[in-house]
Design a binder for this molecule. Sequence first.
Ligand code: RIB
Length: 310
Amino acid sequence: MEREGVLVIGSANMDMVVYTERFPAPGETVLGKQFAMFPGGKGANQAVCCARLGSKTMFTGKMGNDLFRERLCRSMENHGVNLENLLIDPAEPTGVALITVDGDGQNQIVVASGSNMKLSAADIESKKALFSAVKIVLAQLESPLETVMASARLAKGNGCIFILNPAPASPLPHELLQLADFLTPNEIELEIISGMPAADPETAAKAARSLLNRGVKHVIVTLGGKGALLVDQSMEKTFPARKVAVVDSTAAGDAFNGALAHSLANGAELMEAIEFANAVGSFSVTRKGAQSAMPSLEEITAFIQSNPME
Ligand code: RIB
């Protein structure tokens, strides 16, 4: 059987979003503007991104047996994600994220993981047949670390490309870094994982290089409005971002990762895949919400044509 598509292993959350002119200081109350509920969760968002772009996409994760699961499943299935391997934990609530988005479109997120943290290494091992059917395995860190490790081992043991989006960041074991073909932190995540400053492109490049020395094959740092930085054994290259009006930056990293996985699954060269992922990330910040911000192939093609690089 020919391998095809992307397996996303990770979280799904119901996002409760308040749009506000500015974030409150600790202990302060501010009056916000609108409230909205959006399907989210890093894993689910990345899966929706891949599926919207046209990749055959399977998602494995764990939800509770509640209304949020029904709403999240509906969104993912409507966008074309295969949920045959979704697991349910009736004893835990489906994950929830409390998000505030300020007037500049920046976000702050707190997640109550619920069932997402019950996705076990044994659950993933029970799905090992999936790994011989896909080209790419994409994981994040909203699942237990042992589960991510099990996913990485099965991915590499079965000849898949393993992409780890290390969000939210935590220090990572050496073995996991060695199993990662692509590690895609933002600057804050890179600082936590490398233990080095990474606030600007120069320090970020140094910090990324330290992870190559620990076994990662390619580090791609997402730099928000500054684009993305690739550091691997053969090069160090910055990919500038398009200038767009930022409405809501939630899930911009998920858009980048989903699009990267989609492109690599469809045979794109790495440079082309990063340029495309950069464009999809930029597109996503022009729309509100997480899964609702992911473009179809037609939408991103039109966006790229009407927003050429300067
Ligand atoms: O990356 C954005 C996502 O982070 C949100 O959808 C939220 O659910 C959290 O997982």
